[in-house]
Design a protein around this ligand. Structure first.
Ligand code: SF4
Ligand code: SF4
Length: 378
């Protein structure tokens, strides 16, 4: 058996269903990526346009000395295609499916380390490597496409014809000179527009690019500031990421033959989280509850900001008092601003009175402005 086949067999036997080999060369869509950056598609994710990051994305060989090949892996994760209804009472928020699993940034390297002894054996005892899971400036979907795992769909996700798109990507750069796998030269979205039509904020463009600044995943995770008022309604009940453009994709409708590895199902967070409890979390409680989950990325202030928006969108009169407590006691300006907006959305007499009373004592100009706008809308 060829070395490439032996490596592939070892990986499949370890339960990883998606695997391919690419070479560390300039990614095929690098120029389109540059054009997207130039057009400002990356919103305020300034780290994407730093010269050092751009040159590493242009030339992946700079990420490891003597790299000869890139092993690319796909790890399916548990997800649901149909909306699970929220509990009947209260205000509830949804996490993107991937973020309900323990953090893949730590889980996946540990899983890949388990196959290293076998790779060492296959390579005759000399195998140097570096593992990346969304942890270095790499155009990883392009590299995965070159390795034959799938193509990048209009929704920006890598789509495998056999497994759909609900999977994590990871790369192992190594110094073995391997034959690359047959890549994906074409995509199979065809004339489909389902993701474009379903996206609540209209951020998916026809030309396979995305206005990241409008995407709910960006707004609720990467975005460190306010969620623009014009987009808050569209965020709905999402408090961390969004699955909609994957849920509607025809390539995700048939079940994959491969179940996610058990590690991704262990200690999974529930499909809906209680937003009244969420906005009461102290910094310490937030850390304890989410320390092993991707939710940590948005930090407590971002998460409570998102929860306040989702509470406003749920529009339950019983949310007025939890929001009052938040508006009066929360030290973070970002969170108080969004709590004021949420009270304005609920717009009961009590909510109005709370905003008027707080207007008299609120020290911050941004929160004052949110209160003014909320009262003007009522
Ligand atoms: S993740 Fe949600 S908001 Fe972002 S492109 Fe997909 S459907 Fe639109
Ligand atoms: S929903 Fe349709 S257009 Fe969008 S990624 Fe899937 S196949 Fe492509």
């Amino acid at each position: 058996m060829q070395v490439e086949d032996r490596i592939g067999a070892a990986i499949y036997n370890s339960g990883i269903p998606l695997f391919g080999i690419a070479k560390p060369v300039r990614p095929a869509h690098f120029d389109q990526y540059l054009a997207w950056l130039s057009a400002g598609g990356h919103a305020d994710m300034a780290y994407l346009s730093q010269p050092g990051a751009i040159s590493k994305r242009r030339d992946p060989s700079t990420l490891m000395e003597n790299v000869k090949s890139i092993l690319v892996f796909g790890f399916p994760y548990p997800h649901h295609l149909n909306e699970i209804p929220p509990p009947e009472h209260g205000a509830w928020g949804q996490l993107a499916s991937y973020s309900a699993c323990r953090d893949y940034h730590t889980l996946i390297p540990a899983l890949l380390e388990k196959i290293i002894p076998e790779l060492l054996d296959i390579s005759g005892g000399s195998f140097h490597y570096r593992i990346f899971t969304d942890s270095a400036p790499i155009l990883e979907r392009d590299i995965a496409q070159a390795a034959g795992l799938g193509w990048t769909g209009k929704n920006g996700c890598l789509i495998s014809p056999l497994h759909g798109s609900f999977f994590f990507l990871a790369e192992m750069f190594c110094d073995l000179d391997l034959q690359p796998s047959p890549g994906f030269n074409a995509g199979y979205c065809g004339s489909c527009r389902r993701c474009i039509e379903a996206c609540p904020t209209g951020c998916i463009q026809e030309n396979y690019t995305m206005d990241a600044g409008r995407c709910i995943s960006y707004l609720t995770i990467e975005n460190k500031g306010c969620i623009p008022p014009s987009l808050r309604d569209a965020v709905g009940s999402k408090v961390f990421g969004c699955d909609i453009c994957q849920q509607v994709c025809p390539w995700n409708q048939k079940p994959s033959n491969h179940l996610p590895l058990n590690e991704f199902s262990e200690e999974k967070l529930p499909a809906w989280i209680d937003l009244h409890q969420t906005i009461r979390l102290t910094q310490e409680q937030f850390k304890v509850k989410y320390k092993d989950y991707p939710v940590m990325r948005t930090k407590r202030s971002g998460f409570l900001r998102n929860a306040a928006v989702a509470i406003g969108n749920a529009c339950q009169p019983e949310s007025v008092f939890p929001l009052k407590t938040l508006l009066e006691n929360e030290p973070e300006i970002l969170v108080r601003s969004h709590a004021a907006w949420a009270l304005g959305k609920i717009a009961t007499r009590q909510a109005t009175e709370i905003l008027r009373q707080h207007q008299l004592v609120e020290p911050d100009a941004d929160v004052q402005e949110e209160i003014r706008l909320a009262l003007a809308r009522m």
